[in-house]
Structure formats: structure tokens, C-alpha cells
Ligand binder design. Structure first.
Ligand code: F3S
Length: 426
């Protein structure tokens, strides 16, 4: 790999041990991937946790979290203090709601451990966003901006909707990137890899958020880690629709980038989306494909629903506002829990607007910072869940062992209020 003099100096330890280890990791990682160089980044998203199980494997001579980060994130035998981040770095989702952690079933010791990690993040200069959707609260990369982000649903949004450039980083490579402001120049940082590979003829117009989730889920399953190009979309989607679509495609497949002709920034035309490439496959999305995706997303059989989860990826204000309108004057069924997830920064606004109060008065809980699949929690005794998120419908059976219904936000709120699943594909 070709390194600049400045990068070589960091590798030689001129900027201290932590940055040397970070640079070593990035060079090894880049060489394994065939990257020819590193690229500067001033936009890193990471997720650092200081799990007790890992802290127990350190000497504890430096602070717990510093030791965990040096050993397990920077792959070092030595333990050292982690210096301030070198580049704009956001901490994404974590495993604990700051207020409702006891409801999540978190023990006081684990809560304290989580707070320690939060203090660590603040000390080294991280932005404590605590959401999987940083683009909802101000981290909105511009066209062509090189980033190093974790979290598949955020990565696909960054690449496809915003024109930012990132691969799905791991915690280790993102941690290294935050310390040196570099990331290997490969994958979606390169023009050629951003071109479309599969053409999707959209014959069924996706209108609702649910339709966009179904479109993504169907396509991801077929194209896997390639780049689909949608032709035939006539109406502009919006943030919630793109958000659900990307999360779904990244779950059923490993899609990190897509194009919608006329609506995403690198696909004004079909020619621009594919460049000099020809589609390797053409598929269609019509009523039958929509039905297939819907059926594949439902794993529940029991109509009694004890847990309704909304907010994957974290809800934006429009989704919270819609939920509040659906809940106004109603009450959640006594056998059912309704938990809605949003970034903490947006909850502050929801508090101000009375949205949190409407949800609480109806018996729901508005949570922040976390989600059931990342935190691995659900209300005690849950047997059957429901969600409006294709991503959570995909992962809840696998991660939490919960049979799950998938439907619209209105179907889910109806299930929360009646305790029964009555949703269907209309
Ligand atoms: Fe976010 Fe959790 Fe979904 S991290 S994308 S709410 S699985």
C-alpha cells in the first residue's frame, strides 16, 4: 500500500502508541482488501461498548474501557490510554435506554458499566448521538464525502440517498479510523464499485413505507451484496421510505448501495446508474413479488400479540407524529407492550410537542439510544411480536427467538391496542 510521509510517521509511532496501533490495523486491513492507499475521512461512526466480559480479560492497569479498546478494538497486546479522536466521530446505537433501562431488564451493574463507556466517549471527544440513524440528527454527509461508518442501515442510506462514500466498517476499523482520520480506499469509496449491477423493473408502485420495505426486502434477497437499480418509480419517496427500504435490503441481502432512477443522486438516468456496465440480471417487482416478500417477513402464527416494536431504524419525527395521531384517545391492551424507538435528540423535540405524552398516556413507551435486537431485550414473557420494520421482522426471530408479524405502522398500533394481529396485505 502506498503511504504518505505523514502516514508513515504515524506508523513509526510519531503520534504515540494508540495512533500507531490504529495505523497498523488500517494498513493490514487495507492490504488484505487490495486497497492501494488510504483516504482521508472526517466522518466516522463507531459503536464502542465496554463489556464487562472483555474488561475481565484486561490487566486493568489503565482505565477499563481504554484497556478494552486497545486490546480488543485495536488488536494490541499492550494496554494504553486512548487519546482524543482525530476526526469528527459519532457514537451510534448502544444497548441501553438512559431512562427505561430497568424496564429493559438491565441490572444496576451493567447500567453503571454503560455509563462508564458514555463518559469514556465524551472524554475522547465523540459525539454521543446514540442512534443507528445519524442522518436524522445532523450527520448528513455531502456528495462524495468519504466516511467510515458502521451499521448497515446507515451505510446504505449514506451511499445511496446522500451520495456519501462508505463501506460497512467493523468496530475495529472504525475505531482505528477515528484515531487517525483515514480509511482504506476500496469498495464504495471507488467510482466503479458504485455503479449498478442489477436492474429492477418496478411494476408495482411502492407508495407506503411498508411497500418500500417490501421492495427492499425482495430485492436484497436476490441481489445479495450487489447494487440494484430501480427503474419505474414515479413518485418521490421520503426519508422514512428510503430508511426502511435500505434497512430491509441490507437485511435480506448485504446491499450497501442502490439507485432509484430520477430520485437518488448518482442515478439521474439509467446510463449514469450503470456507467459502462451492463446489468448482470434484470428482475421485476410486481404484485406477486410484493406478496412473496410479505409472506417471507411473517414468522408468527399466533394472533395474540404481546409486544409491538416500532422504530427500526430509529423513527424520525414524522413517524412519531403519525404514531401519536393513531394512538390519541386509545389505550394499549393490558396484555401488550408498545415500545417505540427514536434518537434521544428527537425525543427532546417529541417531549416539547407533547408526542411523548400522547404515547405515554396511551400506555406506550418512547425509548432512545437502543433497540431490542442490539440490546437483546423484549418485554418479559413476550411470545409473539409485531413490527413495521422489515429489518426487525427479519432479526427478531433469529436474535430474540420471537415469532413476529410484519405490517404497516397502523396495523402495528391496531395490534397494540387490541392485543390481536389483524393486519393483512392490501
Ligand atoms: Fe437500528 Fe436496531 Fe434497527 S440498530 S436499524 S433499530 S436493528
Amino acid at each position: 500500500m502506498l503511504l504518505t510521509n505523514e502516514e508513515k510517521a504515524t506508523l513509526d509511532g510519531k503520534e504515540g502508541l494508540a495512533r500507531r496501533k490504529a495505523m497498523e490495523l488500517l494498513v493490514k486491513y487495507g492490504e488484505a482488501l487490495g486497497a492501494e492507499r488510504l483516504v482521508d475521512t472526517n466522518n466516522v461512526c463507531v459503536s464502542i461498548t465496554g463489556r464487562a466480559s472483555l474488561a475481565g480479560k484486561t490487566t486493568g492497569k489503565v482505565g477499563d474501557i481504554d484497556a478494552v479498546v486497545s486490546k480488543f478494538y485495536l488488536d494490541s497486546e499492550e494496554e494504553f490510554e486512548i487519546p482524543r479522536v482525530k476526526t469528527y466521530t459519532c457514537r451510534l446505537i448502544r444497548d441501553m435506554d438512559p431512562v427505561h433501562w430497568e424496564l429493559q431488564g438491565i441490572a444496576p451493574g451493567v447500567h453503571e458499566e454503560s455509563l462508564k463507556t458514555e463518559r469514556f466517549g465524551a472524554r475522547i471527544g465523540m459525539q454521543l448521538m446514540h442512534t443507528c440513524a445519524p442522518y436524522l440528527i445532523g450527520n448528513v454527509p455531502v456528495m462524495g464525502e468519504h466516511c467510515a461508518w458502521i451499521e448497515s442501515s446507515a451505510v446504505i442510506y449514506c451511499n445511496s440517498v446522500l451520495g456519501g462514500r462508505t463501506n460497512i466498517e467493523g468496530m475495529e476499523s472504525a475505531t482505528a479510523a477515528m484515531l487517525v482520520g483515514k480509511t482504506p480506499d476500496w469498495g464504495y469509496h471507488l467510482d466503479d464499485n458504485r455503479l449498478g449491477t442489477h436492474l429492477v423493473e418496478v411494476e408495482y408502485q411502492p407508495e407506503s413505507v411498508m411497500d418500500w420495505g417490501l421492495l427492499g426486502y425482495y430485492t436484497g434477497e436476490i441481489v445479495q451484496e450487489y447494487v440494484p437499480v430501480y427503474r419505474g418509480v414515479r413518485r418521490a419517496p421520503n426519508i422514512a421510505r428510503f430508511k426502511h427500504h435500505g434497512a430491509a435490503a441490507a437485511s435480506s441481502g448485504g446491499v450497501e448501495m442502490y439507485h432509484v432512477i430520477g430520485f437518488t443522486p448518482e442515478a439521474h438516468t439509467l446510463e449514469q446508474a450503470f456507467g459502462r456496465k451492463k446489468p448482470v440480471m434484470t428482475l421485476k417487482f410486481g404484485p406477486a413479488e410484493r406478496r412473496t416478500a410479505y409472506d417471507n417477513l411473517t414468522s408468527a402464527k399466533d394472533n395474540n400479540v404481546d409486544f409491538v416494536m416500532l422504530g427500526c431504524p430509529h423513527n424520525n419525527l414524522e413517524e412519531l407524529w403519525n404514531a401519536a395521531r393513531l394512538l390519541e384517545g386509545k389505550h394499549v391492551h393490558e396484555n401488550t407492550s408498545l415500545w417505540i424507538f427514536t434518537p434521544r435528540a428527537l425525543k427532546t423535540i417529541a417531549d416539547l410537542e407533547g408526542i411523548t405524552e400522547i404515547i405515554a398516556r396511551a400506555g406506550g413507551v418512547l425509548m432512545t439510544d437502543t433497540c431490542p435486537c442490539i440490546g437483546r431485550f423484549s418485554p418479559k414473557g413476550t411470545r409473539t411480536a409485531a413490527t413495521d420494520s422489515a429489518k426487525h421482522a427479519h432479526y427478531m426471530p433469529a436474535i430474540l427467538g420471537l415469532p413476529t408479524w410484519f405490517g404497516s405502522q397502523a396495523d402495528c398500533i391496531d395490534a397494540a391496542v387490541t392485543g390481536k394481529w389483524r393486519g393483512e396485505l392490501k
